[in-house]
Ligand binder design. Sequence first.
Ligand code: SF4
Length: 329
Amino acid sequence: MMNRERDRQFDQRETLRWRKGLLAWYDRNRRDLPWRNDRDPYRVWISEIMLQQTRVSAVLEHYHRFLRRFPTVRKLAAARQSSVLAAWSGLGYYRRARMMHAAAKAIVKRHGGKFPRSIAPLRGLPGIGRYTAAAIASIVSDEPAAVVDGNVERVLGRVFGAGLAGESLWETAEALLSRTRPGDFNQAMMELGAIVCLPRQPRCSVCPVFGLCATRGHLAQPKKLIGQKRRDVCYALDHRNSSIFLVQRPEHASLMPGMWELPEIAANAAEGRVSLTLRHSITVTDYRVRVMRGPAQSGSEGHWVQKRRVGRLPLTGLARKILREVEVI
Ligand code: SF4
């Protein structure tokens, strides 16, 4: 799609007004989130990776638990991958956890376990791209590098009248960036998109940059998301004495390789024997999940796992949900 020229540009006075108004608003309104309490690059990195494609409320549940398990980058590097995936369970997009594990190992190997604080060495690490490197370096070292994520893109699109994309988005964000407080400024831009300039209904009446915005909520709404798909799935829950029957997804599976789950069974095998029904969503698919107590279909390849060990396995998010419902974990 052609990148339409933005409707307006800021002069120097407007740029200064933007920085001052946004930072003052952020100082008064920023959410008290645990990763904002210090400038430890390891903690900031964990939060940034978790927040990619996951809501703040879901990340809050996992952030402290993950840090208790892996309090330093050295501990993370030394862990088995299955332990890292188990600690990540419930956050989805497991590739992020694998890349974090690889990056932790690289930090130990290349940087002696000292987490880099500036953009150049950060960019050389697995899973750390332009956005994540700029976010970490600006927050922990006040390196003047702007960030563009989905929230910033939406704010800039509305403020300048749509059409910004690719490099022009980054250039615009760089031009606005506060040189004295770049870390706070970047967080303020993202916070504005997260709690005021909302995707569907921007709260323009409380917006600190209302006077500088070209569209003030009158920009065409984004096209409706493609409808969610629906799918029915059935699982067998077989537990005897102190063990439960689980299967491990193949290492070459495109989705969640190596993760553990309950054995899936055909829908007709569950008819009349369903003991639990729940809903679960993964990206664009809503699942209606039925769980039948009893053995899996004969020939299912799986393992009997002692219940006390189940919680430490890298379970899929859905398996964890079911096993919590039935109080196995
Ligand atoms: Fe977004 Fe409205 Fe603020 Fe413009 S005035 S940046 S549309 S919340």
